[in-house]
Design a protein around this ligand. Sequence first.
Ligand SMILES: Cc1cc2nc3c(=O)[nH]c(=O)nc-3n(C[C@H](O)[C@H](O)[C@H](O)COP(=O)(O)OP(=O)(O)OC[C@H]3O[C@@H](n4cnc5c(N)ncnc54)[C@H](O)[C@@H]3O)c2cc1C
Length: 400
Amino acid sequence: MTTTVVVGGSFAGMTAAIEIKRKGKEQHKVILIDKSPLFLFIPSLIWVPFGRRDIKDISFRKEDVLTKKGVDFIHAEALSVDTTTQLVVTDKGEYKYDHLVVATGPKVNFDVAPGVAEHSHYVGTPNGAMKLRLALEEFKKNPGSIVIGATQNAGCMGAAYEFLFNVEKWLREQNIRKKVDLYWVTPEDYLGHFGIDGMPMGETMLKMFMKMFNIHYRTSVGIKEVTADSVVLSTGEVLKSSLTQLMPPFIGVDFVRNSPSLFSTPNGYIPVEDSYQHKQIKNVWAAGIAVQVDLPFTCEKIPFGAPKTGYPSDETGKIVAENIVRVANGRTDLKKKAWGKIAGLCIMDAGKKEVLIFSNHLFKPRTFAIMIPNVIYDFNKVLLEKYFLWKSKNGYAWMP
Ligand SMILES: Cc1cc2nc3c(=O)[nH]c(=O)nc-3n(C[C@H](O)[C@H](O)[C@H](O)COP(=O)(O)OP(=O)(O)OC[C@H]3O[C@@H](n4cnc5c(N)ncnc54)[C@H](O)[C@@H]3O)c2cc1C
């Protein structure tokens, strides 16, 4: 019997845990530790501030599906791991493993600049999205300027773009658009870089959207400071802002950073081979955002990162599961796929419109890459949400 402990049970961890059990059957015991009892479809959080979704619509209790699939769920926070004794320490006890999967996602670095934690909103958590809902209600009573964007070192620019276009649409629906100066600020060298060095026609399309929706924008800027009513850019420019939403950088979680024997990178990610096996510790694996991904480009002025989106998170969970089962069966031929070589599949919501993004590889060089705008309605994004929630609720982790 091989025991695998998976820390983190979301896109990457839940997929890995269920797949190890499906492929390894009775030969494998799988324990999944997560501090949250809920699986949350994070991409739909951008709709929560506008009341288009409530948290209950996009989440479910993960224990039921895990138990049905033969995975033991432990609702606990993992505090550290000792990779020599192969023990994970949690706030509810210790767990011994033969293989460890780190799928803990990110910690959001709100300390990136003064005032970001205090004065800027963040749509990426249920609490943050609900606070934004209240803030928008208040804003409606006394409209001013709005600044939306990403800070230096951020990598998840796509979600911030989505929020921007949803705010623009909401302002029109509230009949206050003309009263509001809307700003987009980004460390990207150009609009639509997205941390993947862009897509064909991406910059042109985004410039067209900015012009069409009268959104002022600044590229290649960092955030010096956020105050209660302004955003100070790295260029010294001060933008008035009654409501600010910024995407800060992601770093590795405390569990990783508090575990020196994991030999994580300085920003708290796990260094892995293309098989997602730890570069030095053969029975440690990583999947999803926890993986260290080297940037395939250089930033011209302001540093920013690459996005680690849902599709590669799910894919790396599957690769890890396959490889753990292979190793347990004595095989040495591991499945390999470098992060940048995973296909790019993404839908960017543009405020009840959408842009479909497909490429054969996430990173360049690519032989196929296309962005398809759909100005009629964001039904593909809605379909994706319904499909992913259905698939996850039923534990069909093998599906794409
Ligand atoms: C606002 C927003 C919108 C997005 N939109 C899209 C989109 O449209 N398309 C797309 O492809 N991607 C999108 N993404 C990215 C997508 O959400 C991530 O790729 C995905 O969530 C990564 O999955 P993960 O399993 O690696 O990490 P996460 O989903 O972050 O999960 C990590 C899990 O680990 C648990 N955990 C962490 N630390 C511990 C600990 N110490 N002990 C126990 N448990 C722990 C957490 O509770 C969590 O369940 C978006 C992200 C954000 C923030």
